[in-house]
Design a protein around this ligand. Sequence first.
Ligand SMILES: NC(=O)c1ccc[n+]([C@@H]2O[C@H](COP(=O)([O-])OP(=O)(O)OC[C@H]3O[C@@H](n4cnc5c(N)ncnc54)[C@H](O)[C@@H]3O)[C@@H](O)[C@H]2O)c1
Ligand SMILES: [Zn+2]
Length: 373
Amino acid sequence: VSAAPERLRVALGERSYDILVGPGLIDRAGEEIRARLQPSRVVVVTDSHLAATPFPDRLEASLAAAGLAARREVVPPGEASKSFSVLERLLDALIAGGADRRTLLVVLGGGVVGDLAGFAAAILLRGVDHVQLPTTLLAQVDSAIGGKTGINTARGKNLVGAFHQPRLVLIDPATLDTLPARELRAGYAEVVKYGLIDDPAFFAWLEREGGRVLARDADALARAIVTSLQAKARVVEGDERETSGRRALLNLGHTFAHAYEAESGYDGGLLHGEAVALGLVKAFELSRRLGLCPQEHVARVRDHLASHGLPVEPGRVRPKGFDPDRLLAAMARDKKVQDGRINFVLVRGIGRAFAGTPVAAKVLRPLLDHARA
Ligand SMILES: NC(=O)c1ccc[n+]([C@@H]2O[C@H](COP(=O)([O-])OP(=O)(O)OC[C@H]3O[C@@H](n4cnc5c(N)ncnc54)[C@H](O)[C@@H]3O)[C@@H](O)[C@H]2O)c1
Ligand SMILES: [Zn+2]
């Protein structure tokens, strides 16, 4: 029997929902859902990596014990599943299984399954409820809350999707026990990001305790997750649909990261969180070049990420390095371009990020020239 979970709330009027965080929650999912929702039928959507762990069986046992017998739909793992073809197969299976407007999707997996199944929930019968049970650190601190759902197209990532908030998010840090260490580290880069945006005390705590987080110490993990979620929930509440620019702060490091990712090809060679680690260092270096941020803070960020095994040196990520002109072109294709200048989230130091500064390509280029760096 586990201690009572921590409860956070995302306040969005009639779309408000709880986030519960606690080890063992997967075995209480049934009662937590039953206490809030009255679905006609329940479908667990997960991927085949998760299907090889005990978690789907435990989740379904908990649902059944609460009178919510569930069917299971399993999609292939990996970014390629955020596609029209996998979405179509999933929707077809749900409809063939007798979905109606009161069908509930219970989504068990990382950000890929979360984005895909969340989008399926958004459009199935013009929208059904879904509950997120994220199982990667990245999904637990970022993608499972906020309501962004969607898939990729041949022309780029996340180009088709919808805002569709979950009805409940259940975060069981013990599900991270089976997550490969490299995936855990990648998610950790997003945790660090929250400290760098506006919480220097959290970053300082991570400097001391980050090793315990990555060693999957239950208390340290829970604290890192809850602190990150509080930060994300505040931003989502202030800017649900990313219109006011407030949500833009969450993109710290991401303009660089998206360029490194696009150049690496989303094939697992460079994970999103690894690209974020590179991008965070670049955002700090850029801020220092612009005279905004002391060098000492750049060094702390770089040292912290590197000491936990995250990449900080793009030139070392792959043998052939990255072509600065291709990186610039990738950044220019990213959403945040204005009059030929690229909009960045910059920092005045650790925990002092601010959004919406246009930077000219000639200022960026030397930062991307890794051969000379
Ligand atoms: N919606 C949003 O707001 C948002 C935010 C950030 C990222 N994203 C999206 O999230 C996706 C990345 O998510 P991710 O990093 O979680 O990747 P992922 O879902 O691909 O999971 C990573 C790998 O770990 C496996 N896995 C997941 N949980 C496991 C567990 N507990 N034990 C063993 N294996 C496990 C998965 O099968 C997969 O192979 C990207 O598509 C990105 O665009 C969305
Ligand atoms: Zn990210």
